[in-house]
Design a protein around this ligand. Structure first.
Ligand code: 4AD
Ligand code: MG
Length: 478
């Protein structure tokens, strides 16, 4: 019979039929019961082995981690926690696994730190199986959301010549022989001799190209990897992360915030629907972890409650200026002041401030708007006060900034003046400025950090655990 995946088999609830299942052995008890997992679900399927009539060498090679194929009859199970089991008629070991060498053989639950060192094998644990199935669902939900709204998925380049965020964090791309880099007479690197005839880098954001698309297709979104050579030794930063960047013509800041809130709620509720079991598992995992902490450090809401709560409430919306007022008047708790005191209007918020606002003050997601222009990018639309720009950041509990976006400066003169002030070469972005010359219009967009979203939905604590192969300083092994 054709192979059936364990999730489908358990859902069908049928018995009496012959099935073939394939997967990896999670446990083998009493030479009799195999717990088989194939990654389609965290559940294991019980395989009942007729050990008296099975070749002893075969029995010996059924070890934890081995890949096997089993054919047998599906029967109702009397065992606890399972409805069906397979009474094996043939078992074939496709790939054996030396129990003395297998890193996941450990009886104790391996730590997340250890599993990061064996990222090539961590997919085989229940925790990572659940995380990556949820990640997949979220990714699908994002495409579904935008396509149902008539947005065009636009593929922006990975190699670019611009640094959209201007933060100097781009990774250079070159095919120079580094031992023999061509130089000009004055000793500077001669990029005209490089592959593209100019200096290039990995993209930090697809926004600038996305804007070009929106100025013709109306509504576009990108969803791809972005790269930043910033200090990513935190639990919230990666050197390579996936970003979703919608860009909409004829949108103003409020429309932008409405869309972002709708998107976040849509994808979270889709995951709650589609990944019930996995989210319940992750919820329980977190509860177990919380129990290890002292009472006063435990979080108030369990993961599933936190997700439901996020869906049930309007995000709080306020301006940067209002947030500064609140932060100035607050001390996080009686003993501890902010590590970085809020100096006054104009300084950027630290993540402790952001988290105070969402976790302590409002106790829900917050959309902060109208930041000082000095701390934001050149392309943001200037407000009439001459001091602020039509920026928006969305802050989430436990995460901090999950979305950054803005209405864009569509007025050529204002944009050029700002670029001059910031020393951004206009000739290099001539193509960007052309959209402001030829049929410019109000438009807006935002960037959602995909891993920060996955972090929120799975309740994990470290961004390195929600991407299959994390890139951070000194880490590009797998
Ligand atoms: O706020 P950022 O830098 O905004 C932009 O790049 C804009 N061009 C987006 C736009 O308007 N189209 O980044 C957007 C989001 C952040 O809010 C955060 O969620 C995520 O990207 N992000 C990171 N995620 C993981 N690791 C990093 N190093 C990240 N840097 C930003
Ligand atoms: Mg930002």
């Amino acid at each position: 019979s054709q192979r059936i995946k364990i999730k489908a088999l358990l859902q069908s609830g049928e018995t009496g039929i012959d099935v073939t299942v394939k997967g990896w052995v999670r446990a083998f008890r009493q030479n009799r019961f195999i717990a088989l997992n194939d990654g389609s679900t965290n559940a294991t399927l019980q395989i009942v082995v007729d050990f008296e009539n099975t070749d002893p060498t075969l029995l010996k090679s059924i070890t934890v981690g081995a890949a096997i194929s089993v054919t047998g009859k599906l029967a109702a199970s009397l065992g606890q926690g399972q409805t069906v089991e397979v009474i094996a008629s043939t078992i074939e070991v496709l790939g054996d696994c030396d129990p003395d060498k297998y890193p996941l053989q450990l009886k104790n639950r391996p730590s997340l730190e250890y599993l990061r060192e064996i990222a090539h094998l961590r997919f085989r644990t229940n925790t990572f199986g659940a995380i990556f199935r949820v990640r997949n669902t979220l990714s699908f939900a994002i495409h579904k959301f935008f396509n149902e709204k008539g947005f065009v998925y636009l593929h922006t380049p990975v190699i670019t010549a611009s640094d959209a965020e201007g933060a100097g964090e781009a990774f250079h791309v070159t095919n120079f022989d580094l031992a023999n880099v061509p130089r000009t007479e004055s000793g500077e690197v001669d990029y005209s001799k490089d592959f593209f005839g100019r200096s290039t880098n990995l993209t930090v954001s697809g926004q600038l190209e996305g804007e070009l698309g929106a100025m013709a297709l109306s509504d576009i979104y990108t969803f791809g990897p972005t790269f930043r050579a910033e200090n990513s030794n935190t639990t919230r930063h990666l050197a390579e992360f996936w970003m979703i960047e919608p860009e909409m013509a004829f949108y103003e800041l409020k429309d932008n915030a409405d869309l972002a809130e709708e998107l976040l709620k849509y994808v979270i509720s889709y995951a709650l629907e589609q990944n019930q079991e996995d989210l319940q598992f992750l919820n329980q995992r977190l509860l177990d972890e919380e129990k290890q902490k002292p009472q006063n450090e435990r979080s108030e809401l369990a993961l599933l409650d936190k997700l439901q709560f996020c869906l049930a409430n309007d995000f709080e919306r306020l301006t940067y200026t209002e947030a500064i007022e609140i932060l100035r008047e607050s001390t996080p708790n009686k003993k501890k002041k902010f590590q970085f005191p809020v100096e006054g209007w104009g300084t950027d918020l630290q993540s402790e401030h952001e988290r105070y606002l969402v976790e302590k003050h409002f106790k829900k997601p917050v959309i902060l708007t109208d930041y000082p222009k000095e701390i934001k990018s050149f392309y943001m639309r200037q407000n009439d006060d001459g001091k602020t720009v039509a920026a928006m950041d969305i802050l989430f509990p436990g995460i901090g900034e999950i979305v950054g976006g803005s209405q864009r400066e569509e007025r050529l003169d204002k944009l050029e003046t700002r670029m001059d002030e910031l020393g951004i070469p206009k000739d290099e972005l001539w193509w960007y400025l052309d959209t402001r010359r030829f049929g410019s219009c109000p438009h807006a967009g935002f960037g959602l950090g995909f891993e920060r979203l996955v972090l929120f939905v799975t309740g994990m604590g470290n961004i390195r655990d929600v991407i299959p192969f994390p890139r951070f300083p000194k880490n590009a092994e797998f």
